[in-house]
Design a protein around this ligand. Sequence first.
Ligand code: ATP
Ligand code: MG
Length: 569
Amino acid sequence: MYYSKMFIPTLKQSPADAEVISHQLMVRAGMIRQLAAGIYSILPLGLRVLKKVEQIIREEMNRIGGQEMFLPSIQPAELWQESGRWELYGKELLRLKDRHDREFCYGPTHEEVITDIIRGEVKSYRQLPLLLYQIQTKFRDEVRPRFGVMRGREFTMKDAYSFHADEASVQEMYEQMKQAYSNTFRRCGLEFKIVEADSGTIGGGFSHEFMVLADSGEDAVAFCDTCDYASNIEKAPSRTPGPVAPPKKLDALKKIPTPGKKSVEDVTQFLKVSPQQIVKTIVLENENGLVAGLVRGDRQLNTVKLKNLIGCDWLNPAPESLIASKTGVPCGFIGPVELDMKVYADHEVTVMHNFVTGANSPDAHYTGVQFERDLNVAQVGDLHEVREGDPCPKCEGGRYQVKRGIEVGHIFILGTKYSSIMKAHYLDDQGRQNPMIMGCYGIGVGRTAAAAIEQNHDDKGIVWPVPLAPFQVVVIPVKFDEDRQRQASEEAYRVLGDLGIETLLDDRPERLGVKFKDAELLGIPLQIVIGPKHLDAGKIELKSRKTGDSELIDFPAGLQIIPEKLQNL
Ligand code: ATP
Ligand code: MG
């Protein structure tokens, strides 16, 4: 393409709301423009990159037998009512009505639609397994759309669904997917980790996320410094605490006035105890009312772990006003002794003695609390969030490290969750009817491109990995309107085109400095600079965006080495 003919509206300044570098650079490089919060127009340069990501995904899906399809984005409410998600999905689901007042939603995902198709068409185990996928627009009315296309409301996702007659078959597919995803992200030039992910109360732990490590990531990843265990922090198990010998004397329960001392920090200072001697009581709300979670004073409650332990549909921090009205106790003084709600304790709390808790009356705490003697706990489990330095539960001597990650892909064994409720049955070889076993597998296309920028940029702009670059080479004449330079540039452009290289020819009447700045901002991996001095010697300059290294090559013969150069970048 000739630069002057292209629509690449670059900007010197980033938009004020662009917090992360990928968002800033995608806007500045003229790849995207915001239309409304979390809704972006993809401009030509941006689309070239997204199409690259899509093509890599497509090739890897096809390689494991995936068949591409395209499902509607507008979906009837009835299907979602059938699966129960019309209620459960909440406000993220964009609902709309047609002229006949019928309810629809804009698809945030497609389990219902695909299950509906398959139940109508697939009857026998002979037709299974099946792997179907699409690359399509989703809409999720995210609470906090941000970071450009990384967390948009409208975004492109590759979603795949598989259907199986038995557990072994879905397991095999899951492993193939893991491999296909690894290939995809490796080919996109990303450094990533495959981490265990929360799969809720169903799914038996069969869920993995593909995380691109980057400081801007919204997720936290815990991984062992010794073995290869890695997990989303939402799920990362903590090591079961060993038994602790009880102290010689178990103190009696004693109520102490602690006026205005609400936080763990206040109480440690006031009572001269360490946070490890305090038990925090966190009150949450679920579909059945209020529940309390207990963790040691220096720990954070992991609500995902608690939700899974309870097995409830949802679990959120309870508003202070609700807690106060239900218990009559102001926040900060709630404690587990004789608390009128179900209490769940982290396993670390069970080995504590003589500890401090809120006393369930204003401005007071208990000291000398004993787990067995004083508390009535519904269930004990691993409920605290792990942190850097905690021992790895999977190996001896390993310690957790914690880093930020961007979730670019997610694979999931769904089991019979949708097929049972939506009656997607098949007949097995004995003629018996069974629900199909399903898997689902997603990749965020825009998020993958943004993650690539998070990992590959410098202070001048984007440094595209070759496979995602919108153009692989940019030809920059010092002065395009000079005959010899123009002819040489056009020849280079033609030769590169013949070699199958996507080339941008910067034919604009701009100063050389401007052309360099734009080439750097756009992140094109190789620059070819054509100037009078080197042309005199039959040479042109070849420069790497990544390293800034340049070399002189023969013109035109030297152009033949460019495919190889690109391979080795
Ligand atoms: P997240 O926890 O980030 O909200 P999710 O678990 O809701 O992600 P999935 O439903 O598994 O995501 O969707 C599959 C993939 O789609 C994700 O791995 C991610 O790459 C992408 N994705 C999800 N939500 C968004 C979004 N709001 N904007 C862009 N991409 C998204
Ligand atoms: Mg989400």
